[in-house]
Design a protein. Structure first.
Length: 74
């Protein structure tokens, strides 16, 4: 069985891959994601850490989490 955080990471990854989420798009809040996927804060956080490590998303202090532009160099 796949862990909840892995299922969420896969779902967001697929939305990015399909173009449903584009570079610069803001992801829903943690509470919105928790409600939509019926998972805990820890599972959402785990998924975000995985996606951040993969370079797919970035957090902006006080602003939210956004799809990262793959062409942009940090």
């Amino acid at each position: 069985m796949t862990a909840k955080y892995e299922r969420l990471a896969n779902a967001i990854r697929e939305k990015i891959r399909s173009g449903e989420l584009k570079p610069g798009d803001k992801l829903p809040s943690i509470s919105q994601i928790r409600e939509e996927y019926q998972i805990s804060y820890g599972s959402v956080r785990g998924a975000m850490l995985v996606l951040k490590a993969e370079g797919l998303i970035e957090g902006r202090q006080g602003d939210g989490v956004f799809v990262k532009d793959p062409n942009r160099k940090d």
